[in-house]
Design a protein around this ligand. Structure first.
Ligand SMILES: NC(=O)C1=CN([C@@H]2O[C@H](COP(=O)(O)OP(=O)(O)OC[C@H]3O[C@@H](n4cnc5c(N)ncnc54)[C@H](OP(=O)(O)O)[C@@H]3O)[C@@H](O)[C@H]2O)C=CC1
Ligand SMILES: CC(=O)[C@@H](O)[C@H](O)COP(=O)(O)O
Ligand SMILES: [Mn+2]
Length: 397
């Protein structure tokens, strides 16, 4: 029996994880969960799965939640970031699903890493914010890192079993091929993007996801973040990663070898597949996802991403080459800009303008510690907020 902590249990990845776990009650026990704003959902999870610990944001939330939990659930309710770190690192925990969205997931995920846990990483922002320190901590503390992001999980499945971190060439690898759907706006002209709404941006053609990552997919910043994520997860250079648009999202990513072979991982677009793979690794278990039907699959098509349509992707690739301060800045700016877009304070096309301005102004410092990363993240958010505020004021006039 594996004891599992789910950070971000009320979100899209968290709920899919619970669905997979429910299929295997003899294998997985829910030790602890966290939520943030959706207390009703969190109470339902606690009442159904009876975890030992539930973590919320504030003391008031903890009090409210305690009134919503049934008497047969005797979970201890905790609150705040320190409690998130505790449920991620507790001795009883075997594996941690890191599924909080954004920078808020960094410290709890690092706590799991430092406790040497099996870490199932959905929170890609952690690696964008502090890739080198994160991977150093994984190696130093003997943690096991398994990617949940569908592309990275696919690449993980296509790499040789004895793949040595940062040695793609000695494994005969030519490059990694990250597939991208192109999102809901793939066929729009750049000029048509000015007036798209948050609802349109969140309507992903293939995947059902949280709102922040959905907007990132629409702007292709998601692929930019994934480019940086791949660099750190697999220890490859930027030159060894290519992005290919594959609108059907059936091939989740590929590894191209020097001998001309290409290994791909395919399946219906449903996150329960990578989640089941990671939970049971190296075994294979039922995920609840239906078989891919090749006779109903209309086609597999591929396109090259255009810079004019998807400038965020190319900005992320540039930030990756600039180094840690640039990718921390990009992530911070993007989180602020996406939130401002979702609140209808800025336009969809402004997201790139905010990101560019923050990266250009904030890419120089050398960041050697987590405290320095967090201070830089904060300064970049401050700048992004003031850029968004002046854009908002400009729109109001
Ligand atoms: N959804 C997907 O298919 C995929 C997601 N990912 C990555 O996984 C992560 C989660 O994505 P997704 O599940 O879609 O996102 P959701 O928005 O659906 O869920 C986010 C989770 O984080 C919690 N949360 C939000 N803000 C905070 C905060 N400040 N502190 C603590 N907890 C917080 C939410 O709680 P509450 O809901 O209670 O407010 C919720 O449980 C992201 O990093 C995303 O990039 C990667 C690949 C695929
Ligand atoms: C399911 C998943 O992993 C998402 O990150 C997905 O990749 C989004 O799709 P695109 O970013 O390719 O549109
Ligand atoms: Mn992905």
């Amino acid at each position: 029996m594996q004891n599992i902590t789910i950070l971000g249990a009320t979100g899209s990845i968290g709920l899919s994880t619970l669905e997979v776990m429910r299929l295997h009650p003899q294998r997985f026990h829910l030790y602890a969960v966290s939520g943030y704003s959706q207390l009703d959902k969190l109470a339902d999870i606690a009442n159904q799965y009876l975890p030992e610990y539930v973590v919320v944001n504030t003391q008031e939330d903890a009090q409210r939640l305690s009134t919503m939990i049934n008497s047969d659930c005797d979970a201890t309710i905790l609150f705040g970031e320190r409690a998130l770190c505790e449920i991620a690192s507790a001795e009883q925990v075997d594996a941690v699903m890191s599924a909080i969205v954004g920078a808020a997931g960094l410290l709890p995920t690092l706590a799991a890493v430092k406790a040497g846990k099996k870490v199932l990483l959905a929170n890609k922002e952690s690696l964008v914010m502090c890739g080198e320190l994160f991977i150093d901590a994984v190696n130093k503390h003997g943690a096991t890192l398994i990617p949940i992001d569908s592309e990275h999980n696919a690449i993980f499945q296509c790499l040789p079993h004895d793949y040595e971190y940062a040695k793609p060439n000695s494994s005969g690898i030519s490059h990694l091929l990250l597939t991208a759907s192109g999102g809901p706006f793939r066929e729009l002209m750049p000029a048509e993007l000015d007036d798209v709404t948050p609802e349109q941006a969140c309507a992903h053609p293939n995947w059902d996801m949280g709102r922040k990552i959905s907007v990132d997919s629409a702007s292709m910043m998601n692929k930019g973040l994934e480019f940086i994520e791949a660099k750190w997860l697999f220890g490859v250079d930027e030159d060894n990663i290519k992005v290919v648009i594959h609108p059907q999202s059936t091939i989740h990513s590929m590894v191209q070898y020097k001998d001309g072979s290409v290994l791909a991982q395919m399946g219906n677009p449903d996150m329960r597949t990578p989640i089941a793979h990671a939970l049971a690794f190296p075994e294979r278990i039922e995920s609840g996802v239906s078989d891919l039907n090749f006779f109903e699959q209309a086609s597999f098509s591929f396109e090259s991403p255009e810079k004019a349509r998807f400038p965020n992707l190319f900005l992320a690739m540039r930030a990756s080459r600039l180094g840690q301060a640039a990718t921390t800045a990009l992530n911070a700016a993007n989180e602020i800009a996406v939130e401002a877009f979702l609140n209808e304070h800025i336009r969809f096309t402004d997201i790139y303008k905010v990101n560019l301005q923050v990266v250009e102004n904030m890419h120089t410092p050398t960041l050697k510690t987590i405290d320095e990363i967090i201070a830089h993240d904060k300064a970049c958010r401050h700048l992004a907020q003031s850029v968004c505020a002046s854009m908002h004021q400009g729109r109001e006039k």
